[in-house]
Design a binder for this molecule. Sequence first.
Ligand code: FE2
Ligand code: FE2
Length: 328
Amino acid sequence: MQKVSKISRVEVLNYMEKDMLKAMDDYLKPIDTNWQPSDLLPKSEQEDFFDQVKELQEKAKNLSYDLVAVLIGDTITEEALPTYESWLLVLEHVNKDTNGGWSQWVRGWTAEENRHGDALNKYLYLSGRVNMRQMEISTQYLLADGFDIGTAFDPYRTFVYTSFQELATNLSHRRVAQFAKQSGDDLLARLCGHVAADEARHANAYESFVSRILEVDPNEMLVAFEDMMKKKIVMPAHFMREAGMGKGETYVHFSEAAQRLGVYTAFDYIDILNSLIDEWKIDALSGLNESGEKARDYIMALPSRLLRLAERMKPRVISDYKFSWIYQ
Ligand SMILES: [Fe+2]
Ligand SMILES: [Fe+2]
């Protein structure tokens, strides 16, 4: 009979508290000198503000329909930040003391993330291409609908999810930046580049939490990783909808636009999984119990299985779907 892991999640999370505080210094930037949305957008106090906006609008005209759709969907996802923050604050087994490492990390992370939706929203408002009322309805719906991402309130599952998600958002913002640059919109490219860089730092933080847990509670951490991959990582905005639509109906179209453009595809999902397997050195984990071994084997075999599926799946090339968010 295999020995059952004796260490509890509470013990592990308590042991990690000091890491959370260290993560603040390692993975978040000092606030006084950090970039702010207004660094990257036209300045309303300047005399040539309207000329700056005119130039922004001229450049925004060249962005493709799909790119604008993806950018709006990304913005709505960022603006649903209260959903993510409130979920992280009530995780089980973490120290909920407001001055504890976990609470401080969540607030620091939220404070950085909050700039993303703010910056992107202001850009879209100025661009002249967006029906802001319709977009705002979608944001309000997404906040009201919440999400169902399969982590429950388990920190282990949550850290797998957030590691994955931060890598996914890094990739998608980076790709939007590339497409914006190709279209000649340098301002948008810079903005998305700044957002992407934040996401990369955040990914490193959550990945480091998992690495640390793997050192002391590898079996349970692996089972949590396996469970999340069996459920598949769903995007935090999977309930996205527009006015008059059902929960999640718009998300399908947003996701198709992202796949058509190549901003985020099934192959990216596999690349992210592979990078997590490498980062966490899953292959090299030894001395596991039976469930840990099974989980490790499942995870190691998954990328090639997913690759076979992805190669058979062809994203829809053409769509006549018109988002209520976009004028043209
Ligand atoms: Fe973000
Ligand atoms: Fe993020």
